[in-house]
Design a binder for this molecule. Structure first.
Ligand code: DC
Length: 227
């Protein structure tokens, strides 16, 4: 299959990573979850009790993030030689990630690494600024949306599945959290979430995973046929 860049952007919990993984596996491309990179910086900041932005910026040279494929085919996020995949999927890390993602130097630091990962193409990358900032030249751009309630339900279930023993988890908190995160993602000064002009909008509120997969694989094939 021809090697292109697929950029996937959208609100939190609208199924970007599911679509990205489906497309990457269909096309035999590499998948990069850029949200995990912001979460890794946030995790480091929490671990080292870095409370202000200047401390986070000063620590960037000590933050080494990579993605390693596991024996079961899934990909895990590693930070400085430690597998942090499970630890970064919490509300606390998500909230801190939303804060550190507003720091200009953090964005520059991660965007540079993301661009380097895409230099040979054959990549599906998801995030908030992929089609607008990281790869404005991406051959296929998707912008995903789903209703706030559908997204909050999905995030709630995801958190429940990841940490079944967490008795403090409440749907109302998750709903408020997703809503707050939408606001911060779209209103920040640095690279706010917005739809690229040439992005295809996919609203998956009422799509099953199979319908969604068929739709995006068709979009990819259509795009490839024009190149
Ligand atoms: O997609 P996610 O929930 O794992 O992302 C975590 C946070 O990182 C979220 O608040 C938005 C931010 N983010 C970003 O600003 N830019 C990206 N390319 C990816 C994520």
């Amino acid at each position: 299959m021809k090697q292109i860049i697929v950029a996937i952007d959208g609100y939190s919990s609208c199924g970007k990573s599911t679509i990205a993984k489906q497309l990457a596996s269909y096309a035999g491309y590499r998948y990069i979850d850029t949200g995990a990179m912001y979460r890794a910086v946030a995790f480091y900041a929490l671990q080292h009790r870095l409370t202000d932005d200047a401390q986070v910026v000063a620590a960037l040279p000590d933050i080494h993030i990579n993605f390693l494929r596991q024996d079961d085919g899934t990909q895990h996020t590693w930070l400085n030689g430690e597998d942090i995949e499970k630890a970064i999927r919490t509300l606390e890390v998500g909230n801190r990630a939303s804060q550190v993602s507003q720091i200009k130097e953090v964005r520059q630091f991660l965007v540079e690494q993301q661009q380097a990962m895409g230099k040979d193409k054959g990549i599906v990358m998801d995030g908030r600024d992929i089609g607008t900032v990281v790869f404005p030249q991406a051959e296929l751009k998707l912008f995903l949306t789903a209703s706030l309630e559908v997204r909050a339900q999905r995030r709630f279930k995801e958190l429940q599945d990841k940490n079944p023993d967490d008795k403090t988890l409440r749907y109302e908190d998750v709903l408020r959290d997703v809503n707050d995160r939408d606001y911060r993602d779209t209103h920040r000064t640095e690279s706010p979430l917005r739809q690229a002009e040439d992005a295809v909008v996919v609203d998956n509120s009422n799509l099953t995973p199979d319908q969604q997969s068929a739709l995006v694989c068709n979009l990819l094939n259509e795009r490839l046929s024009t190149l």
